[in-house]
Design a protein around this ligand. Sequence first.
Ligand code: G1P
Length: 290
Amino acid sequence: MQTIRKVIIPVAGWGTRSLPASKNIPKEMLPIYNKPVIQYVVEEAIKSKISDVIFVTNRDKSVIEDHFDYNLQLEGVLERAGKLDKLQTVREVAEMVNIMSVRQKKQLGLGHAVLCARALINNEPFAIMVGDDLMFGGTPGVQQLIDVAMTENMPVIGVMEVPRDKVNRYGIVAGEEISPGVYRITDMVEKPAVADAPSRLAIVGRYVLTPDIFDYLEKVTPGVGGEIQLTDALQAMAKERGMIAVKMSGIRFDAGDWADYLSANIYFGLQDEGLRYDLLDRLKQFVQFQ
Ligand code: G1P
């Protein structure tokens, strides 16, 4: 398979799970410790040697693109104040990656969002990263999939085991394990009822796909929730040409889930030596008050 240079990151969703925090701020811009959620996702892409990020946005999300651009006024203020470390921090974000964007003019589902980026992908394999799913530890999340896609020369999707009572929140795959943690997909279903789930292997928002997925997306009809589901197009593609699922390693946080969002803040806060001991003291106080 050709080198993966591009990633599609859909960011046009309403973010209802994060309300009221996300009423006027895109959920992707809510901070986890000192960076917005979306920056962690883009940093994972960069660590996986991806150079071009394609955001699928809507009219209220331009602040996401602005975050990855220069802010000359702010840079001037920091320079004049001699705050050179802060200046470097804000410049680094602007210089991180090439940004492209395309509008999803109607929120018709994740599959539709991916289809909106077709013209920017041309005819090469690419990655998709769902902006709510954050992965840390070990090999960068999407790199784990790229490695398998290269050796198997097949599209690959990332999965993790979830508790049985949570299968109805995810796309669930079934497959034959061909080597430890690597499955040839035999079935895939979006948000099944707990009783109907073919396994506990949940799709966790990381995909490495070939451009023929767009032909399947063109044909797919609305599925769960009346939306054009990426999972439905993947299921059709897996049946015809084969697809691999890889059990991903590392810690995952779902930024749209408050327990995960708050845990992610603590996880990163604890990694900052200057904050760690104060933070632990405060947490101990809270536990004693319970
Ligand atoms: C989407 C996908 C689903 C996947 C999930 C991972 O669902 O449709 O298959 O398991 O992302 O985060 P959403 O969370 O957009 O409802």
